[in-house]
Design a binder for this molecule. Structure first.
Ligand SMILES: [Zn+2]
Length: 384
């Protein structure tokens, strides 16, 4: 029986890599962030690619990422079919993994979980993915560059469920006030990552406002809280199949525990968390906030900040959605409930113009620094 089972398992494993290798065309899913579950040749130049999530039930955010090459130069037609999700991310192509172009595609009239497009292929592999690929190595390079250029220090916060490093960046001040910035709980939410990089960058540069800010405030950044999910090309979850941004009440996952323990340790040593922000993507730009009467201090800080951002930003409409969901397990609410201060979920639209994402992130950082610097220490404690 044992031998038979092993035989069956071997068959399953050996059949999976070859499932996407055809006479001429090869679809490759053996790289960081890849997600391509199965392939079928429908005709000599037509292929059906199946994209499945890591587990279900799951948020409707079908991430896909694969490479494709062909022995002979040709044009092939590819249909993507998502199980447990509908079309969300617009297909993009890259020859170097760095610069990306949109691929014109057709939606299936009857099935929202199918799209198709033509691809010019030859023996040089190209990447096709739902968004730009930002993998764990990208964060490591970005971390190192930030540390080289600025006063931020890099450390390992701890290990993910599968033993990957979760990094923290820290700029220390003389005071006990701490700003906390968290990113990439949800692996495919690339526009959130594209906002976090320039947002944090703005806090780190050598200019009057950020220098003044860092003199007063500690800044703690955890840019990539879900490296396992990023590596596996997960649609939403960590290696345990759990949505990290629904885990902040029960704190059952290693990744959320690491952040919680860090913040508890800061407060145990006399520190004060004064504000927190986590970066995400969704269909449209939105800032999820805590209601002003929720008992977070100072009550009007976020409204004042976002009003100023709205006033100064051109081509961008600041949408504010206050909400109170005590049992949902989101980070924003965790901060409000545990530290009695404001927190914001910063959501960038999936298809927002990349230059606007950058310019808004910089402006958001500048206006937030100004607003926090205006706030007296006692106001974060609700004493004033
Ligand atoms: Zn998210």
């Amino acid at each position: 029986m044992k031998t038979f089972l092993i035989g069956v398992m071997l068959l399953c494993f050996t059949s999976s890599p070859s499932a996407c290798e055809f006479d001429n065309v090869t679809f490759d899913n053996k790289f960081s962030t890849a997600r391509l579950t199965a392939c079928k040749e429908l005709a000599s130049d037509r292929y059906l690619l199946i994209i499945k999530p890591e587990n279900t039930p799951i948020n409707d955010s079908a991430w896909y990422s694969f490479k494709v090459s062909s022995k002979a130069q040709s044009v092939i037609n590819v249909t993507l079919k998502y199980t447990d999700g509908n079309q969300r991310y617009l297909p993009k192509i890259s020859s170097d993994g760095e610069s990306w172009e949109y691929i014109p595609f057709k939606k299936n009239r009857r099935h929202e979980n199918k799209i198709s497009f033509d691809l010019k292929v030859d023996k040089t592999s190209v990447w096709v993915a739902g968004q730009e690929i930002i993998n764990n190595e990208h964060y490591i390079s970005w971390n190192e560059e930030l540390v080289q250029k600025t006063a931020f220090k890099l450390a390992v916060l701890g290990k993910s469920e599968e033993g990957r490093n979760i990094y923290q960046l820290h700029s220390s001040s003389q005071s006990n006030e701490w700003l906390v910035i968290v990113g990439r709980m949800h692996p495919p939410e690339i526009t959130g990552a594209l906002a976090l990089f320039p947002f944090v960058g703005e806090f780190s540069i050598n200019q009057e406002l950020p220098n003044k800010f860092r003199e007063r405030f500690n800044v703690l950044v955890i840019p990539n809280l879900n490296p396992d999910g990023v590596e596996k090309g997960n649609w939403r979850h960590n290696a345990n199949g759990v949505d990290l941004n629904r885990d902040w009440v029960t704190l059952k996952q290693r990744e959320t525990q690491l952040v919680h323990n860090k913040l508890q340790e800061i407060e145990a040593r006399g520190g004060k968390i004064i504000f927190a922000i986590d970066f995400h993507s969704t269909r449209g730009n939105v800032f999820y906030t805590m209601p002003t009467d929720y008992g977070v201090f100072p009550p009007l800080l976020v409204n004042n900040w976002l009003k100023e951002l709205d006033r100064l930003s051109k081509n961008f409409n600041v949408v504010i959605k206050p909400g109170n969901n005590p049992d949902k397990g989101v980070f924003k609410q965790y901060i409000a409930d545990n530290y009695k201060v404001q927190a914001v979920t910063y959501e960038m639209g999936d298809n927002e113009n990349r230059k606007i994402i950058t310019s808004i992130a910089k402006l958001a950082a500048q206006t937030l620094m100004t607003e926090l610097l205006k706030t007296k220490k006692e106001q974060f404690l609700g004493d004033n």
